[in-house]
Ligand binder design. Structure first.
Ligand code: FAD
Ligand code: SF4
Length: 494
């Protein structure tokens, strides 16, 4: 424990957040950092409480409590408090591959499980992590370790999201020859083309990829494995193949009029926005995608929130976000005690911006789309909304959200973004590799293992566990690397 009275001496303070009216003018990140001194005081709030749930990553009631990477949170906090940032970086690097990503996009499972958060605000571990990794970059401490001797073994990784990258980094460090195949034109998976630039500046990915390339990892973009390259070719050329293709199969909304022009999956829309920003080096904003349009985002989750924030930056006339479920409680319920992940109402950056711009929360609960209406040219012009209520299915005994008759309402709408979740892996990939999948189309393995039903083929990340979080993808990527290394070498020291 760094400072015995730190949690009494200092109140929680976070870095400045640029106000809505300024940040919606561009796509830049808007969370600023505290000074190093102020961050040290924040780290002093860590009580080293003896039972650090923050680093446990234990599943409680089906949700992770604490960091899935088991970052050594109290140890890192103490080193930050003492101003020993180099050692803090070394400590963080023992468990983590890319703190620069999670310190921007992680929902901070560590903070939700922080003992300090029981009676006060939790320790700002996520911002401490950002201070450590950015200090390390600024002072030339970050490198991708390499092995003095190669093993002569070759590994192909299909997909360059956080999971594929984490696996590539560790396997390369061990001396294996690693090639990452990516079907998109740029590396990064959903870090690149899902999460918007204002949450994760894409230069942060480029900075890491450059280090990985310098350390010997090969990246092959614009190459769709299963279409451009046959799995058999990869299997012949490489000793092991890791599938890290994500859970990119989006859930659709099958209402009449679905074929209207102006209805997109959220991820395709967000991909297009970021690609056009990057292609124009941020000189041209793709206003044509949303300007002056009434936008309806279907899905009240994080992806929907990213769509709300993006549409506001692109000059939408109005933005409504539909959520099928009832509004969550604003406070923890007794049935959801600490250190469980708190299932409470969260107002994220996009929703804050909508409240600033339009004067009200964009979220409408217990509502879905009944019909899409189009004009004579087939363009979307209106959407029929319907309210929902919870009703018990007499056959299964389960509660379902069902439409309330007579509650229909027609609203103008020229752009719909479907952010209703993901159904799992894509069939053409799993079929071409002939790997078994489960009922959710996640690729099957033994529990806590990564080998698929086919020899020398492994799976990791969202393609394995279903749509999840960056921190889980990195944890899986590190673990699959260990399993592959052990299979190739007879033991692993990763
Ligand atoms: C809009 C959005 C916002 C999100 N925001 C957050 C957030 O703020 N915080 C958070 O923790 N999580 C967030 N997530 C979830 C997080 O991004 C994912 O859990 C994580 O990226 C999964 O990593 P992955 O490596 O398994 O797969 P992905 O990141 O999905 O990467 C898979 C890659 O494989 C490539 N690929 C697929 N098939 C092939 C093929 N056949 N050949 C070659 N390449 C292929 C894809 O093009 C893709 O680049 C968000 C998700 C979305 C959709
Ligand atoms: S990766 Fe996420 S959960 Fe883990 S310590 Fe960092 S912010 Fe917390």
């Amino acid at each position: 424990m760094g400072k015995t009275s730190g949690f009494l001496d200092y109140e929680r303070a976070d870095g400045n957040v640029i106000c809505e009216s300024e940040r919606v003018k561009n796509f830049w990140e808007f969370h600023e950092r505290l000074s190093l001194k102020a961050q040290q005081n924040q780290a002093a709030r860590c009580m080293d409480c003896g039972i650090p749930f923050c680093q446990s990553g234990t599943m409680i009631s089906g949700m992770a409590s604490g960091c899935p990477l088991h970052n050594l949170v109290p140890e890192m906090n103490e080193l930050v408090y003492r101003g020993n940032m180099e050692e803090a970086y070394k400590r963080l690097s023992i468990t983590h591959s890319f703190p620069e990503f999670t310190s921007r996009v992680c929902p901070a499972l560590c903070e939700a499980a922080c003992t300090c958060g029981l009676g006060d605000s939790p320790v700002s571990t996520k911002e401490n992590e950002k201070a450590v990794i950015e200090y390390a970059y600024e002072n030339g401490l970050v490198s991708e370790p390499t092995s003095a001797t190669g093993t002569g073994k070759k590994v192909a990784i299909v997909g360059s999201g956080p999971s594929g990258l984490a696996a590539a980094s560790l396997l390369n460090r061990r001396g294996h020859e690693v090639t990452v195949y990516e079907r998109s034109d740029r590396v990064g998976g959903l870090l690149r083309y899902g999460i918007p630039n204002m949450k994760l500046d894409k230069s942060v990915i480029d900075r890491r990829i450059k280090l990985m390339e310098d350390a010997g990892v090969k990246f092959v973009v614009n190459t769709n494995v299963g279409k451009d390259i046959k799995p058999a070719t990869l299997m012949k050329e490489y000793d092991s193949v890791i599938l890290a293709c994500g859970a990119s199969n989006p859930r659709d909304i099958n209402a009449p009029g679905r074929d209207a022009k102006g209805i997109f999956f959220a991820v395709d829309f967000l991909h297009q926005v970021t690609k056009r920003l990057l292609d124009s080096e941020f000189n041209e904003f793709p206003y044509d995608l949303a300007k002056d349009k009434d936008v309806i985002v279907i899905g009240g989750g994080d992806t929907g929130n990213d769509c709300v924030g993006s549409c506001i930056r692109l000059g939408a006339k109005s933005v409504t976000q539909l959520e099928m479920m009832p509004k969550p409680s604003e406070e923890r319920l007794p049935s959801n005690p600490w250190p469980e992940w708190p299932r409470v109402l969260k107002t994220d950056y996009g929703q804050e911006e909508a409240i600033w711009k339009f004067g009200s929360d964009p979220r409408v609960y217990q509502t879905t789309v009944k019909e899409f209406k189009k004009d004579k040219k087939g363009n979307l012009k209106e959407v029929v909304l319907v309210s929902l209520k919870s009703e018990k299915d007499p056959k299964t005994g389960r509660f379902n959200m069902v439409p309330i008759e007579g509650s229909e309402k027609t609203v103008p709408c020229q752009l719909v973004l479907i952010a209703a979740g993901f159904l799992g892996s894509e069939k053409y990939v799993t079929d071409s590799f002939k790997v078994e999948v489960d009922a959710r189309t996640n690729v099957k393995t033994e529990k806590d293992k990564f080998k698929t039903s086919k020899d020398n083929i492994y799976v990791t990340g969202d393609m394995h566990r279903g749509q999840s979080l960056v921190v889980w993808a990195i944890a899986e990527g590190r673990n699959v690397a260990k399993e592959v290394d052990e299979a190739l070498m007879g033991y692993t020291n990763l």
